[in-house]
Write a new protein. Structure first.
Length: 376
C-alpha cells in the first residue's frame, strides 16, 4: 500500500490511481508521484476530503485538479475529463464520469491505465500488454494525439528511452515525422525539460537515434549534433556536451538553461588536458584550476580506446585539490604597497607553484615572492 493512499480511498472509495504510478507498479519500478482520478466533480472531491480531515489545495481547479496533503505528501486528484477544444498545447476540458473517455484523452497506452483500491487494473487500450512488450504507442490515432499537444512528440522519446525494447511503433514514427515542426510552438523551458529527461535514461542512444531519423533532433539541437558518445554513465548535461557540435553558449541561451547549467555545460566543453599518461603533478595542476567532477567529465568526452581512463578518473577522485597558499596580504607584508604590482607578483608565484606540481607550501611561496620582489 502506498503511504497515505488508504486515507484518500477512505474519503473517495470510487477514486482510482491513474497514469504513471500504475505503469511503474506494473513495471516493478519505484513509484514516486501518485495521482488519482475521480468521477466526482472537484467541489464534491474537496468536500469529502475536508470532511475526512484532509488538507486540500486547489492546484488546478480549471482542469479539475485538487491536491490532498497527507503526512507532508501531496496527492493530486483530478476529475475525469474529456477534451472540448485543443490548440496543440493546451486543452479546454469538460468533466465526465466516463473512465474510458478520460483514458482516451491521455497520451500513451502505458499511461492510460487506472488501478482501484483492490488492485484491479482498468486498461481500455492495451497498455498492460504494450508495457510488457516494451512498446510505446499513442492512445488511438497517433496523429490526433500529437496535434492535441505537440509536447507529446518529445514525451514519446522520453518514454521510449525508459520503457521501450526493440523497434518503435511505426504509426508513431510516421506521425512524429510528419508533425515534427509542432515542437517549434513549445516553450524553450518545456523542450529543455523533456530533453533532460530523455538524456537521464540509462541508455538514451536508441531514443536519440530515433529523434535524429525523424528530424526531431535537428529541431531540438539546430547547433548540430553527433550521436556516437551517449553510452557512458553520465548526467544529461554531459550527454548534451557529447552530442553538441555547435556553440554550447548558443544552445544554453536558446533553451534557457539556468545559469548554473549553462556554466557547467561550457566547462564540460573546454579542452581536456588529462590523459591516462598524466602524472600526479599534472592532476594537481589541473585540479588547481577546476573541480574533479568537471575534469572527469572532460575525460569522458576525450576518451579513446586506449589507456586506463577509468583509472585516471579514480586517481582524480582520490587526489586532494591543491589550494594556492598566498594572498594579497602576504605580499603587502613583504613591503609591497597596494596596487597592481601585488596581483602581478601573486600571478608569477602561482605560475611557479604550478610548474612545481603545486607542492610548495606557504613558506616556500613567500620566499619565492620575496626573491621576486628583491630582484625587482
Amino acid at each position: 500500500m502506498i503511504p497515505g493512499a488508504g486515507k484518500i480511498w477512505d474519503a473517495l472509495p470510487e477514486a482510482r490511481i491513474a497514469g504513471g504510478a500504475v505503469r511503474d507498479t506494473l513495471a516493478g519500478r519505484p513509484v514516486t508521484d501518485v495521482d488519482f482520478a475521480s468521477p466526482l466533480p472537484p467541489d464534491e472531491v474537496t468536500a469529502r476530503l475536508k470532511a475526512a480531515g484532509i488538507k486540500t489545495i486547489p492546484t488546478g481547479l480549471a482542469h479539475g485538479t485538487i491536491t490532498a496533503v497527507i503526512g507532508g505528501r501531496g496527492f493530486e486528484i483530478t476529475t475525469l475529463r474529456r477534451d472540448v477544444e485543443t490548440d496543440g498545447r493546451h486543452a479546454r476540458v469538460a468533466f465526465t464520469d466516463d473512465w474510458q473517455e478520460d483514458a482516451a484523452r491521455r497520451d500513451f497506452t502505458i499511461n492510460a491505465m487506472f488501478m482501484a483500491r483492490d488492485c484491479t487494473i482498468f486498461d481500455f487500450f492495451g497498455g498492460k500488454t504494450d508495457l510488457k512488450a516494451g512498446v510505446v504507442k499513442f492512445v488511438g490515432d497517433a496523429r490526433s494525439r500529437i496535434t492535441e499537444d505537440y509536447l507529446r512528440i518529445l514525451r514519446f522519446f522520453r518514454f521510449f528511452a525508459r520503457y521501450a525494447r526493440g523497434e518503435a511503433d511505426p504509426e508513431a514514427i510516421i506521425a512524429i515525422t510528419e508533425l515534427r515542426d509542432g515542437i517549434l510552438h513549445l516553450s524553450a523551458e518545456r523542450v529543455w525539460s523533456e530533453l533532460k529527461n530523455i538524456l537521464k535514461a540509462e541508455d538514451p542512444s536508441p531514443a536519440i537515434g530515433l529523434m535524429h531519423t525523424t528530424g526531431v533532433l535537428g529541431l531540438v539541437m539546430p547547433e548540430g549534433a553527433k550521436l556516437e558518445r551517449l553510452t557512458f554513465p553520465a548526467g544529461p548535461l554531459l550527454r548534451v556536451a557529447a552530442l553538441l557540435t555547435g556553440d554550447p553558449a548558443a544552445f544554453a541561451a536558446r533553451l534557457k538553461l539556468s545559469t548554473a547549467e549553462a556554466e557547467t555545460l561550457q566547462a564540460y566543453t573546454r579542452p581536456n588536458t588529462l590523459t591516462p599518461a598524466s602524472d600526479d603533478a599534472d592532476l594537481r595542476r589541473a585540479l588547481a584550476d577546476e573541480t574533479a567532477d568537471i575534469l572527469a567529465a572532460r575525460t569522458w568526452l576525450a576518451q579513446t580506446g586506449g589507456g586506463d581512463w577509468d583509472g585516471l578518473r579514480a586517481r582524480l577522485a582520490a587526489t586532494q585539490r591543491p589550494i594556492f597558499p598566498l594572498h594579497g596580504h602576504d605580499i603587502t607584508a613583504l613591503g609591497v604597497p597596494p596596487g597592481p604590482r601585488i596581483g602581478e607578483i601573486l600571478a608569477a608565484v602561482r605560475d611557479w607553484w604550478l610548474d612545481g606540481g603545486c607542492t610548495a607550501d606557504a613558506a616556500a611561496c613567500r620566499a619565492k615572492a620575496g626573491a621576486m620582489i628583491a630582484g625587482g
